[in-house]
Design a protein around this ligand. Structure first.
Ligand code: SF4
Length: 236
């Protein structure tokens, strides 16, 4: 399905990406695709420097979107959701355009999104390559009963090549701490995305880690498109 971009200001309406992509930086937009609303947290960079990343400057220090901008985006999204039938309310996807744990400002933006999801009773999914920072862990452990349970996707693409392909990320072993934090309030999934054709030994080592740490679920995803873009996230 083609994505739709939701701009905060101006213009405040849905715009087909073909009309938009050539003229604006997509990082300031919410992307609506496949039942999910991808919320940008950064205007540029990440700092992890993954070699397979789709953003323009994955190794550059992250520049968080200003708080007021994220607030505007969420307000615009809220107005959009108000017009939708309840069955079409999107999943809020955060952490797809940068690493939420690399910067306090990005983490603060992520927390704002979680407040928004709680308020609107939206399902939420979070992607990270870090053990969950304490404020996030606390938020998930105390997620209100009766709201859709959040899902945390901890990304692991390779065990043996991680230090080369994801130079500034914690080791997969350290990330797997998220899988052992089973809770009735939220779900912790392993996200093997993009799936990299490395070696039999690498796959065996990864399977060994997953068997030891027992995530609630495992999702395997395909490689992203090669063309790099601004921090606008893609579902891949
Ligand atoms: S953590 Fe995610 S956004 Fe950051 S460089 Fe790696 S793939 Fe890109």
């Amino acid at each position: 399905m083609r994505p739709i971009l939701l701009a905060a200001s101006p213009p405040q309406e849905l715009i087909a990406p073909s009309e938009l992509a050539a003229v604006v930086d997509r990082s300031g937009y919410v992307t609506l695709q496949d039942g999910r609303a991808f919320i940008p947290l950064a205007s540029r960079g990440c700092g992890i420097g993954c070699k397979y990343c789709y953003i323009a400057s994955p190794a550059s220090a992250v520049e968080a979107l200003p708080e007021a901008r994220v607030r505007d985006l969420l307000q615009t999204l809220s107005d959009h959701i108000d017009r939708l039938p309840s069955a079409s309310r999107p999943i809020l996807a955060i952490g797809c355009d940068t690493e939420i744990a690399m910067s306090r400002a990005v983490l603060a933006n992520a927390m704002m999104c979680l407040d928004f999801a709680t308020e609107l009773h939206l399902p939420v999914q979070v992607a990270t390559k870090f053990p969950l920072p304490e404020p996030l862990l606390h938020r998930f452990d105390h997620w209100p009963i009766g709201r859709p349970k959040p899902i945390v996707f901890t990304t692991i693409t390779t065990m043996l090549l991680s230090s080369r392909l994801e130079p500034n990320a914690p080791t997969p072993e350290k990330r797997s701490a998220n899988f052992r934090r089973h809770s009735i309030a939220w779900r912790s999934f392993a996200l093997i995305k993009p799936f990299l054709e490395t070696s039999h030994k690498d796959r065996e080592t990864l399977l060994g880690l997953l068997m030891r740490s027992r995530p609630d679920g495992i999702v395997v995803g395909v490689r992203y498109r090669r063309a790099r873009a601004s921090n606008a996230p893609r579902s891949g």
